[in-house]
Design a binder for this molecule. Structure first.
Ligand code: FAD
Length: 429
């Protein structure tokens, strides 16, 4: 792949023209594509693998982190709620039964308090494979044109705008044009190819798949719960904060094929070594991650970069209220400006490429907020098309009205800001 933007004169005959081209079919890209298709736009969703869902499915990160404030109130709605429901509809997962219409009833909360317990959080593990299937069905039903096994590899720019992108697949390099583009690649591939500044970072040694054992299958059968048949099996298992990352191993950068290969080889051999001592007749590896379990490669240098100090801060251009997955209480809002850079007038990003710093970015990148930023980017792209304006000049109040009509809660309630926040770390995702 070549990182240099090329000019239209370097000839590729167009393979198709769309209102919107979305690079990457993770949860954020799917949300963006579906949101725009629902607004009547012709959308091409280009995905390099054979499954939708990205890290959430292919990457085996099959857990919707908490979408509530830890005090019994749901905070994140919109397409994050829709996708959560979709992930559970035909799979084995469930959300805690205590939640009714986004709230644990007061009486139930009192019971938890009386027992000295914290209430459950609105979160769910789901079947990765079945969620991938339902995302394909959703995109197909909403009229999104899907292009699998295809990589967005180059950006063709004209007067600062992206005119089209080269997509590599078994047919060779094909050139697609569009009015608007969304980089949902998770790695900032299109941002970089278009010359948009990004922030790069390396990743820890984490590689977790699933295995089954005769014992886990027996227990699953006894409980009548197939989800219990799966157990984690890891090569490296460093956590979000880097605990467990081996000394002397350089962090892996997702934008460097040599690093990606080093990551795959080291982790697979480490996992194989652990498996060698098992009784081979009593267990099998059910599934290995189909993509690097990297939290980040590149994220946009956005017009606004969400900071940890933005906790409990309202933004006039918020496209969604979100909560902290690791700690109860902590609330944020996502400024629309985290999704673009003014030097790229027809390019938005979303998901784990949104602009955040430090732990604020961790809060922003996990599955439910990634879906929200995807939804916001999809709707914003439509407004930019309709108004024939750069993404930084759309009518943000119209964006917000549209999102609110789609069940997005834009601002958290000041009544939910506690006098003292609960600092306990619970998830480490
Ligand atoms: C180890 C780890 C643990 C995590 N734990 C949790 C958790 O428990 N719960 C949670 O909510 N979040 C968790 N997260 C975070 C979460 O999984 C991701 O941040 C989120 O899923 C990102 O979604 P996305 O759509 O932005 O990107 P991705 O899921 O990365 O999707 C990007 C998609 O783009 C495709 N793609 C990439 N490049 C191209 C290209 N050039 N052309 C075409 N297609 C391309 C990829 O194949 C992929 O399908 C974890 C992340 C990691 C790494």
């Amino acid at each position: 792949m070549n990182n240099q933007p090329i000019t239209i004169s370097q000839t590729y005959s167009p393979a198709g023209h769309y209102d919107l081209l979305v690079a990457g079919g993770g949860v954020a890209g799917c949300a963006a594509a579906v949101a725009a298709a629902r607004a009547g736009k012709r959308v091409l969703l280009v995905e390099k693998s054979l499954k939708l869902g990205g890290l959430a499915t292919l990457g085996l990160i099959n857990f919707f982190v908490p979408m509530c404030n830890g005090r019994g109130k749901q905070i994140i709605f919109g397409m994050a709620e829709e996708f959560l429901r979709l992930s559970l509809r035909y799979g084995y997962g469930d959300v805690p039964a205590d939640f009714q219409n986004g709230q644990i009833p007061a009486e139930k909360l009192r019971e938890y308090a009386a027992a000295g317990k914290k209430p459950p959080r609105y979160a769910a593990r789901f079947s990765a494979e079945i969620f991938a299937l339902t995302l394909t069905e959703l995109c197909r039903n909403e009229g999104v044109t899907l292009l699998f096994d295809s990589i967005v590899s180059r950006a063709v720019t004209e007067d600062g705008r992206i005119a089209g992108v080269v997509v590599e697949n078994k047919a060779g390099g094909r050139y697609y044009t569009a009015e608007q583009f969304i980089d949902a690649s998770g790695d900032g591939d299109l941002l970089t190819r278009a010359g948009v500044p990004t922030i790069e970072r390396g990743n820890f040694h984490t590689y977790t798949g699933y295995k089954i054992t005769l014992d886990s299958c027996r227990k699953a059968a006894e409980r009548g719960e197939i989800g219990r048949a799966y157990q984690y099996c890891s090569g490296g298992n460093a956590n979000l904060y880097g605990d467990g990352h081996p000394d002397g191993v350089a962090p892996y950068f997702g934008g460097d094929p040599a690093d990606v290969t080093r990551y795959v080889v080291e982790n697979q051999l480490e996992l194989l070594e652990k498996l060698k001592s098992d009784d081979r007749k009593t267990r099998d590896v059910a599934v290995l991650p189909g993509m690097c379990q990297f939290r980040t490669s590149r994220r946009i240098a956005g017009e606004y970069v969400l900071q940890e100090s933005d906790t409990y801060r309202h933004f006039a251009d918020s496209v969604g209220a979100i909560c902290d997955f690791d700690r109860r209480d902590y609330l944020y809002e996502i400024p629309y400006r985290t999704l673009y850079n003014r030097h790229a007038p027809n390019l938005l990003t979303c998901g784990r490429c949104a602009a955040g710093d430090g732990y604020a970015w961790d809060v922003l990148r996990v599955i439910p907020p990634a879906i929200l930023t995807g939804q916001a980017a999809g709707v914003a792209a439509c407004l930019a098309i309709d108004g024939q304006v750069p993404v930084g000049e759309i009518d943000v109040s119209l964006l917000q009205q549209t999102l609110a009509a789609q069940n997005v809660v834009l601002h958290f309630d000041d009544g939910d800001v506690p006098e003292v926040s609960d600092d306990t770390i619970e998830y480490n995702d």
